[in-house]
Ligand binder design. Structure first.
Ligand SMILES: Nc1ncnc2c1ncn2[C@@H]1O[C@H](COP(=O)(O)OP(=O)(O)OP(=O)(O)O)[C@@H](O)[C@H]1O
Ligand SMILES: [Mg+2]
Length: 243
C-alpha cells in the first residue's frame, strides 16, 4: 500500500515489461495534454544526474548485486521524487512518469530481492492517480525489442542472474519473471490494464479516456508568473531540451 496523493497535482504513470509500448503511449499523452493547455511534467526511470556516473560504471564493470542495484535505482528515484516530482505535484502540475516504483517491485524481485523489503524502500512514494499497466504477451514484447534494438545489454537481459548463456534466452526468462510480478501487482496497487498488443492508436484512445475521466472537474492550480514552479519548469525544460 502506498499513501494517497493528497497534493493538488495529478500523478499518472505507465508500467509494463520492456517493449510493452510505455514510452510510445506516454509520449503521445504528454503531447495531447499540452495541447489541452495543461501544465505537464515528464519524468523517466533511471534519469537522475545524481547517480548517473555510478550507475554507468557499475553496469560497465558488472559490479551490481541485486541489492546494490535496487538501492542505487531507488536513490535515482528518490532524487527525482524529492527534487522534481513532489514539488511539481504540490504546485498542481500533472506529472507523467515512464516507469515508477512498480518497475523496481518487478525487476528487483525477479532478481531475488525480497518483496516486502523493496516495497518498504519505496514507501515514501505516493499511489499514482492513474497507474496504467500495458500488458503484452512475452513474444510480442521480445519481437518489438529485438527488432528495434541492436543488442540487448547485460543487465537488461538479466545476465547477472545466470539463467542462460544466451542473452535472448536469459532476457525471455527474466522478462517472464517480471511479467509474473506485474500480474501480482494489479490488485495490490490498483493497476489499470491496457492490452499492449492493440495498435498504438487504439491504446492511445483508451489512455485518453482514462485520463479524461480522472481529470473531470479538476482544474489544477492557477500558476502565478515567476512562481518557483514556473522557474523550476523552465530550468528543467532547458536541461532536458524542452521535453
Ligand atoms: N502498439 C504497438 N504496435 C506495434 N509496435 C509498437 C506498438 N507500441 C510500440 N511499438 C514499437 O515497439 C517498440 C517498443 O516500444 P516502446 O519503446 O514504446 O516500449 P517501452 O515499453 O517503452 O520499452 P522499454 O521498456 O524498453 O523502454 C518501439 O519500436 C515501438 O515503435
Ligand atoms: Mg521506454
Amino acid at each position: 500500500m502506498l499513501e494517497k496523493n493528497n497534493t493538488p497535482g495529478k500523478l499518472i504513470i505507465v508500467e509494463g515489461i520492456d517493449g510493452s509500448g510505455k514510452s510510445t503511449q506516454i509520449d503521445l499523452l504528454y503531447k495531447w495534454l499540452q495541447t489541452q493547455g495543461q501544465s505537464v511534467y515528464f519524468s523517466e526511470w533511471n534519469s537522475s544526474g545524481l547517480v548517473k556516473s555510478t550507475t554507468k560504471l557499475a553496469k560497465k564493470r558488472k559490479l551490481f548485486t541485486p541489492t546494490t542495484f535496487s538501492l542505487l535505482q531507488c536513490t535515482d528515484f528518490a532524487d527525482r521524487w524529492e527534487n522534481r516530482i513532489l514539488p511539481m505535484l504540490k504546485a498542481g502540475v500533472i506529472v507523467l512518469a515512464d516507469r515508477y516504483a512498480f518497475t523496481a517491485f518487478g525487476r528487483d524481485v525477479a532478481r531475488g530481492v525480497d518483496r516486502k523489503w523493496v516495497r518498504n524502500l519505496y514507501s515514501f512514494a505516493l499511489q499514482p492517480d492513474i497507474a496504467i499497466y500495458f500488458r503484452v504477451p512475452l513474444d510480442i514484447a521480445i519481437q518489438r525489442i529485438t527488432s528495434a534494438r541492436a543488442k540487448l545489454k547485460y543487465y537488461e537481459a538479466g545476465m547477472d542472474l545466470n539463467l542462460s548463456d544466451s542473452r535472448i534466452q536469459s532476457f525471455k526468462l527474466f522478462q517472464e519473471r517480471i511479467l509474473n510480478e506485474y500480474d501480482r501487482m494489479v490488485d495490490e496497487f490498483n493497476l489499470t490494464i491496457i492490452d499492449g498488443s492493440l495498435t498504438v492508436q487504439a491504446q492511445q484512445r483508451l489512455v485518453r479516456e482514462i485520463v479524461k475521466q480522472e481529470l473531470k472537474g479538476w482544474k489544477g492550480l492557477p500558476i502565478p508568473e515567476g512562481s518557483p514552479h514556473v522557474r523550476l519548469q523552465a530550468e528543467i525544460s532547458a536541461e532536458t531540451g524542452g521535453r
